[in-house]
Design a protein around this ligand. Structure first.
Ligand code: DAT
Ligand code: MG
Length: 150
């Protein structure tokens, strides 16, 4: 659906390394519509909800500590097949397996510092959007011509 939404988040290492603009630019250039955006320093409790499916994994405590170590950029992008396309733009979970040209394949080496999050399914996207944006997203028309011609 062209109205599909995905939750994309620049992780604390991506913010610290100055990659926010590059990552936003990729989604803009691809043709997706930005419908929510904020910089947030999340609590461990909030991050445990976000990563609830991974509770019990050996890397879980380290993951929560890393994700709470600084602010993240939380975003919702809308467009055709946004979830699957967003995952393709991110690359594989382990950056060593991510193709060059993907976000992780261009900027990361370590699975525990992989720069960016993207929802893995439409249902998880909806859950994540509700968790990070309880206030809701922004509604507006996305049409270029009226911003170029008066
Ligand atoms: P993804 O972020 O690609 O959806 P995931 O949901 O399986 O991957 O895991 C969430 C994050 O947890 C992932 O981006 C990095 C971290 N992680 C996953 N597997 C890991 C591992 N084996 N060692 C360390 N961190 C790991
Ligand atoms: Mg995941």
């Amino acid at each position: 659906s062209i109205k599909e939404r995905t939750y994309i988040m620049v992780k604390p290492d991506g913010v610290q390394r100055g990659l926010v603009g590059n990552i936003i630019g990729r989604f803009e250039q691809r043709g997706f519509k930005l419908i929510a955006l904020k910089l947030v320093h999340a609590t461990p409790e909030h991050l445990e909800k976000h990563y609830a499916d991974l509770k019990g994994k050996p890397f879980f405590p380290g993951l929560i500590k890393y994700m709470a170590s600084g602010p993240v950029v939380a975003m919702v992008w809308e467009g055709l097949d946004a979830v699957k396309t967003g995952r393709a733009m991110l690359g594989a979970t382990n950056p060593l397996a991510s193709a060059p040209g993907t976000i992780r394949g261009d900027f990361a080496l370590a699975v525990g510092r992989n720069i960016c999050h993207g929802s893995d399914a439409v249902e998880s996207a909806e859950k994540e959007i509700a968790l990070w944006f309880p206030e809701g997203v922004v509604q507006y028309n996305h049409d270029l011509a009226q911003w170029i011609f008066e």
